[in-house]
Design a protein around this ligand. Structure first.
Ligand code: GDP
Length: 371
């Protein structure tokens, strides 16, 4: 499964947020094969459609799909110099599919700023720079290594791969040297293939989380720190999610959904920060949801957008993919409009999709396969 890693300077609220994520955690009984890793927090992906489907189909059981956040601890400053934990920090980032960069955007004189100590005030931009610089330096080292290796081949032979790689390296190197992330560069499709092979850190999709004060979370537009973060994120085409980790911590301690809604309403919110973050990360990674809907179970499944029906079937079970014949498919919207599978079929909207069908978000699928 794809995962997003939570990074940030010390004392910005990462642990508070991660604890809230773990507390909000997916109901273990529904996911018996989930790996148990203390650094991974698995949450259920909020999806209003699942509730509607449940009302319509009345299954015995409803199972949401899940998303995994990874807590990336470790020192930050000096990481690119490869000192002890620093290496591990970068290696952990290398393993995740997207980066969730938590930035302190709350004033609280009781909470010290560990790094950038010399700065007197909370300074989101300085904090963002500190982390990004480490990632940029680490990438620069990888790029320089490759550069030294392919330069001669690219310049003196007709080796197409070396020439293509060298061209990409020449594009990336000056940007990193300029202190910018490689994700600010636009690559064409061929270049993207080369970039993927470089396994860089600053090409990973990123999402900034502005951790704001519990007193200000209902009106983030009025927070100057948030606007600074938004302006910077825009230069990377990145999204910003505003949360208050303190609030999340308190929500996570409530047992009943009703209590949570009331609590959120009381502070002027409609959705928890963890839910917001989960949706944003899901979107960032290009994920979509399809459903299976039977009397026994209505269930949501996560897929990477662009995959074809057999691969989608394989998410449920590898046998479904191996023996794939076809997928009886209807859209969520059609089922809602017509009210039952039968009515959807009578309206001529029930489809038999084959091996080349590209699965769409909101598809309700039933796979036919050979055993
Ligand atoms: P980490 O080092 O990034 O994991 O940071 P922590 O989660 O340990 O938080 C550092 C301190 O900041 C703790 O004392 C938290 O209670 C406090 N903190 C975290 N989020 C908020 C917040 O939204 N508002 C306030 N006032 N304090 C917060």
């Amino acid at each position: 499964a794809l995962t997003a890693g939570i990074v940030g300077l010390p004392n910005v609220g990462k642990s508070t947020l991660f604890n809230a994520i773990t507390q909000a955690g997916a109901e273990a009984a529904n996911y018996p094969f989930a790996t148990i890793d203390p650094n991974v927090g698995m949450v259920e992906v909020p999806d209003e459609r699942l509730q509607k489907l449940t009302e319509l189909v009345k299954p015995k059981k409803t199972v949401p799909t899940t998303f995994e956040f990874t807590d990336i601890a470790g020192i930050v400053k000096g990481a690119s110099k490869g000192e002890g934990l620093g290496n591990k920090f970068l290696a952990n980032i290398r393993e995740v599919d997207a980066i969730i960069h938590v930035v302190r955007a709350f004033d609280d004189e009781n909470v010290m700023r560990e790094q950038n100590r010399d700065a007197e005030f909370v300074d989101p931009m300085a904090d963002i720079d500190t982390i990004n610089l480490e990632l940029i330096l680490a990438d620069l080292e990888s790029v320089n290594k490759r550069y030294a290796r392919v330069e001669k081949v690219a310049r003196t032979t007709k080796d197409k791969d070396a020439i293509a790689e060298f061209a990409v390296l020449e594009k990336i190197k000056p940007v990193l040297e300029d202190g910018k992330s490689a994700r600010t560069i636009e690559f064409n499709e061929d270049e993207q293939k080369v970039v993927k092979q470089l396994f860089l850190l600053t090409t990973k999709p990123v999402l900034y989380v502005a951790n704001v004060s519990e007193d200000e979370v209902s009106d983030p537009d009025a927070i100057e720190y948030v606007n600074q973060i938004r302006d910077f994120a825009a230069t990377e085409n990145a999204d910003v999610v505003v949360i208050s980790a303190r609030v999340e911590e308190e929500i996570a301690m409530l047992d009943e959904d009703e209590e949570k809604v009331e609590f959120l309403e009381a502070i002027g919110l409609t959705e928890s920060g963890v839910d917001k973050l989960t949706k944003a990360a899901y979107h960032l990674l290009g994920l979509g949801t399809y459903f299976t809907a039977g009397e026994k179970e209505v269930r949501a499944w996560t897929f990477k957008r662009g995959i074809k029906a057999p691969q989608a079937a394989g998410i449920i079970h590898s046998d479904f993919e191996k023996g794939f014949i076809r997928a009886v498919t209807m859209s969520y919207d059609d089922l809602l409009q017509y009210g039952s599978e039968r009515a959807v079929r009578e309206a001529g909207r029930l489809r038999e999709e084959g091996k080349e069908y590209i699965v769409q978000d909101g598809d309700i699928m039933e796979f036919r396969f050979n055993v």
